[in-house]
Design a binder for this molecule. Structure first.
Ligand code: PLP
Length: 473
């Protein structure tokens, strides 16, 4: 195991907030005052942790090319890069000797790679769910036949439908590709149970853990355990290391088979004009110079989380989720997609998507930004089929909206506002959010907002902050 710098773990006192780079930044508001920025958009990207940024700065002093360099710095960086695989293995509880941990740039790239590497025949089936992020649906559509597992009325995965499809396509299903947790409703899928079902019906399981990994313990389990996970994807920018890396993890034997999807430097043992022999996994699947600094940041983030204790993180985020749901219940006209029950926090994340009756989601998000300094996200969150079903948009409406969007008018884009927590968020931040949400719901906000139809965004009339004052290249 790589060694951990004990002084850099997050303190045992509940001071998570101070461990985040930039947590204290003041941002300008419409009324001319400033507020400390609140980041409630962690499901999109998390800020860097201070220990991660410190490690990146330290690494820059030693940075050099890896694997083929002979100098001291190259040798050192190569060792650290390989140690990072051990850290990832530890985080997901696998043996790095039997598994390939392939570093890449994000979860989307990792899923696309797996889809290409599986080389599915035209009649092979991939089961994906209707709750997937587009990144775990579209790559499969280009490879084999995709069938969608249904969802229940509250947005949870329909396990009966999964079993029905596993039976219906028995012998033809190459893979079940499923998210660990929804980036819209926060529902956490029962991965152990689903893995058991997949293996019972003779298929493999990919878990897209982009959303789950920062919030719950992940255990891929040994291959002889029927509840093991065959393939797993993690994204570093969602787990406090926004430096452009991620990992695809799977059995080494699978990646030994066949040609790599991207070829070039780093992927070969030996090459001549008329042949090329591929390296062993994972190098075979990491074409070109890797993102060493991104991988170091990724590994440091995982180490920091393991040192902090994922259970502490889970407990803190459950409290935040229960607290916000309890307080949102008092907002007139609020509709929460998924569960709004503050007592249900075990099988969901602190990801809450909502609308306030008759107020466009883009307007609510704009007011939270301009009048509260609160960063959220609105729209479909790259999960358009799921959002449509949650919002009950019928197919005729769907066609009409699609045509309007294709004409360049996004004013009727269906969607919701999403709040998503990181483990550093606080109840005081939720109080500020709820206060402003009440103001929005009762129409007592300050600005007069104008809709930019092309972008589907609202901006206050006559106001535009000077962004260059705060940061420039
Ligand atoms: C569930 C899920 N899967 C995949 C992705 C794509 O992740 P990345 O941006 O790392 O490619 C996201 C991003 O929001 C996500 O929430």
């Amino acid at each position: 195991m790589a060694t951990v710098n004990k002084t850099q773990k997050i303190s045992s006192k509940s001071t998570f907030l101070q461990e985040v780079v930039g947590y204290n930044r003041q941002v300008p508001l419409l009324n001319g005052t400033f507020q400390r920025y609140i980041n409630f958009d962690n499901a999109a990207s998390t800020p860097a942790l201070k220990p991660v940024l410190d490690k990146v700065n330290e690494a820059m002093e030693w940075y050099s090319s890896i694997h083929r360099g002979t100098g001291f710095k190259s040798q050192l960086c190569s060792r650290i890069y390989d140690q990072a695989r051990e850290v990832v293995a530890d985080f997901v509880n696998i043996d790095p000797a039997s598994h390939a941990i392939i570093f890449g740039k994000n979860a989307t790239e990792a899923i696309n790679k797996l889809a290409r590497r599986m080389r599915l025949a035209k009649d092979q089936i991939v089961l994906v769910s209707k709750m997937e992020h587009h990144s775990n649906d579209l790559p499969w559509r280009a490879n084999g036949q995709v069938k969608h597992i249904g969802i229940l009325e509250d947005g949870q995965l329909d396990l009966e439908d999964l079993v029905h499809l596993l039976k219906k396509y028995y012998g033809k299903t190459a893979l079940v590709a499923l998210t660990g947790a929804s980036n819209v409703t926060g529902w956490v899928n029962d991965i152990a149970k689903i893995a058991g079902l997949c293996h019972e019906y003779g298929t493999k399981l990919l878990v897209d853990a982009a959303q789950l990994a920062p919030h719950r313990r992940i255990d891929m389990k040994p291959d002889d355990d029927p509840e093991h996970i065959d393939f797993l994807v993690i994204s570093a920018h969602k787990i406090y290391a926004p430096f452009g890396s991620g990992a695809l993890i799977g059995d080494k034997d699978f990646f030994k088979d066949g040609d790599p999807d991207d070829v070039g430097g780093g992927t070969i043992k030996i090459v001549d004009l008329d042949y090329a022999h591929w390296s062993e996994p994972p190098e075979k699947d990491e074409a070109g110079t890797p993102n060493t600094i991104g991988v170091i940041a990724f590994a440091k983030a995982l180490l920091t989380i393991m040192e902090t204790g994922i259970e502490r993180i889970v407990e803190h985020e459950k409290k935040l989720t229960g607290y916000i749901l309890k307080n949102m219940a008092g907002i007139p006209g609020i509709e929460i997609y998924g569960s709004s029950d503050p007592a249900i926090v075990d099988n969901r994340l602190g990801v809450i998507s909502f609308n306030i009756k008759d107020i466009p989601h883009a307007l609510t998000a704009a007011i939270l930004n301009y009048e509260g300094g609160i960063g959220v996200r609105n729209g479909c969150f790259c999960a358009q089929p799921y959002i449509k079903e949650l919002l009950g948009i019928n197919s005729a409406e769907g066609v009409e909206i699609k045509q309007q969007i294709l004409r360049g008018d996004r004013s009727r884009l269906p969607g919701a506002v999403r709040v998503s927590f990181g483990f550093y968020n606080t109840p005081e931040e939720i109080d500020r959010f709820i206060e402003l949400l009440k103001i929005i719901a009762t129409g007592e906000y300050e600005g007069k907002y104008l809709l930019d139809k092309q972008r589907g965004e609202y901006h206050p009339e006559g106001y535009s902050p000077s962004y260059t004052k705060y940061f420039q290249l």
